[in-house]
Design a binder for this molecule. Sequence first.
Ligand SMILES: Cc1cc2nc3c(=O)[nH]c(=O)nc-3n(C[C@H](O)[C@H](O)[C@H](O)COP(=O)(O)O)c2cc1C
Length: 213
Amino acid sequence: MMTSVLFLLASCSEGDRLVELPEPVPDGGMSVEEAIEARRSVREYSGGTVTLEELSRLLQSAQGITSYRGLRAAPSAGATYPFTIFVVTGNVEDLPAGIYSYDPEGGSLEMKAAGFYLDELASASLGQQCIASAALTVVMAADYSVTTSVYGERGIMYVHMEAGHISQNIYLQATAMGLGTVAVGAFDEAEVRELLELEQGLTPLYLMPVGRT
Ligand SMILES: Cc1cc2nc3c(=O)[nH]c(=O)nc-3n(C[C@H](O)[C@H](O)[C@H](O)COP(=O)(O)O)c2cc1C
C-alpha cells in the first residue's frame, strides 16, 4: 500500500497530488446506542497509528456521499453543503504526513502540503497538546456564502448547526472504531487559516484531533 500511495503522489504534479482512499473499514463493531453511551471527549492518545481505512471511514461519516443523488452523511440546509474537510496528518499508515483536503465525490485526498504540521496547528490552538499528539486532526471549514446565498442571514446559523452534525458523526464514528477525539473550538482563526492556506471565503469552525487511545 505504501508503495502505491508514494507512486501515486510521485506520479502527479505539484499541487495535484491525489490519494485515492481505500474502502472504509466496514463497521466499528459497536451499535449507535453503545457509541452514544461510550462517547467522551478524549484528549490523550497512545501514539499508535491510525489506518488509512479508518481515516476513510471517518471522512465518509463526516461528509461522504451516501446517496445516488449526491446527498451526504450529515444533514445540510437545502443540501447546500458549505463545508470543506481538511486533514492534517502525522501518523496515518501509508499516508505521508501533510495537509490534505477531502473530495467526497472522488473519494480521495488532495495533498496541499507535505510535512508535519500538527505542532504548528497545536500552537494555533492555544497550545492544546491533544492536537500535537494526535495521529491526525480533521479541520472543518465552511463557506458561509454557499448557504446564505439561499437562506440569507439565517444561513449563518444553519452552517453552525451543520458543523454540529458533522462533528457528532466524527465523535460517534471514532468511538465505534476505538479511537479518541475531541471537538476543539478554541483556536486562532487567522493562524489556522494561514497554516492551511485556506482560500478566501473559507472559515475554519472546528478542529477534531483523532488518535488511538
Ligand atoms: C463548541 C465546543 C467547543 C469546544 N472546544 C474545546 C476545546 O477547544 N478544547 C477542548 O479540549 N475541548 C473542547 N470542547 C469539548 C468540551 O470540553 C466537552 O465536550 C465537554 O467537556 C463535555 O465532555 P464530553 O464531550 O466528554 O461529554 C468543545 C466542545 C464544544 C461543543
